[in-house]
Design a protein around this ligand. Sequence first.
Ligand SMILES: [Zn+2]
Length: 383
Amino acid sequence: MAGWTDDGVPPELEDAPALLETKLGKLCAMIDAAKYITVFTGAGISTSSGIPDYRGTTGLQMTRKPLVALGLSEQKELDYIMPTYAHAAVAALARSGVVKLVATSNHDGLHNKAGTPDEVIADIFGNVYTEKCDKASPHCKTLFHRKVIVPTLGRVCDNAACRGTLRKTGTRMGGMTPPEPLARADEQARKSDLAIVLGSSLLVSPFCQLPFLAKKTVVVTLQETPYDSQAALKINTRCDAVMRRIMAHLSMTVPPLDYTQPFSIHWQQRMDGPSNTWQIRISGDPARPSEPPRCVHSVMARVRPLSGSGDDATKVTKEIDMDDRTGEFIGTVTVPAAHEIALTIEFNSALDPSSALSTTRHISPHTSSAGSEVLEFVKHVPY
Ligand SMILES: [Zn+2]
């Protein structure tokens, strides 16, 4: 196609304002007339979140590897990326039943994070947040949706009776696609009278054929695609702009996202002659025992004497380090046992650098105790 670079990167196109307005009006009329709408998303829906497009001129194809081929430490950066306006709007439409299926060629899990129900999403090439148990026994729930990136190797099924091996579902471009999401997307697309493609250059099979199983297809992207002539309408602009217009037309608002991640603090005191040793462990959400506390950036323990007791010897400040293997924070603080002290643990958020939490325990001499507490970090995203 005209204008492509030798590296297979399509040229960017952007409709002039008057033409764009006419096209958006047509799209809104098509939505009003449609009874069964499905949405198909590609990398272009995620670019305004900070994830590079795959085939744009600054895309992953030019600058970096696909997400699924990145190392674990690079993939972990995804945990802190929040859904775009377009993800949030699609989630609102899916929750209200306007959109019946959201099929995506992305691995980034941002549709799940935005609140699109899991059963509405079809991850055509898998998702780096979804693990599958390879031992398909009748008692095993075979798919596990994680909220944080987990290690790739050495993962065992959550079902204690199964103990199968867990594997990430994300596939490399050109790899085997999981059959279930593809079959579901195919079935839903055939039922649709309107399929809307958001941010895909429609170059990867079998994803690229699916939207054209619908009666009408609208393609929204900044690139020329091989399917432009088959589309009922091609809009050359950004996904967020189109979704803002659709939501305004439908008189629907996109609520802010309050993305929460709980984490657990475990305290264990050990009397040790003239000293008290506190073992402190920070783990993840107690409801998700195999996920590390990725929302915690750093942990500091501070010990101070309570008024009237102790002296400078009881003042301790110690950073609690992260265990690289498990992602948990583990450390000990040792203080003289003869004084009343306050032990404060401070947490900095990895989701939001301006956010911090702390918790304090007052400790008397010669008392031994253990316990745990759950706190949570929240990332507020206004749309
Ligand atoms: Zn299993």
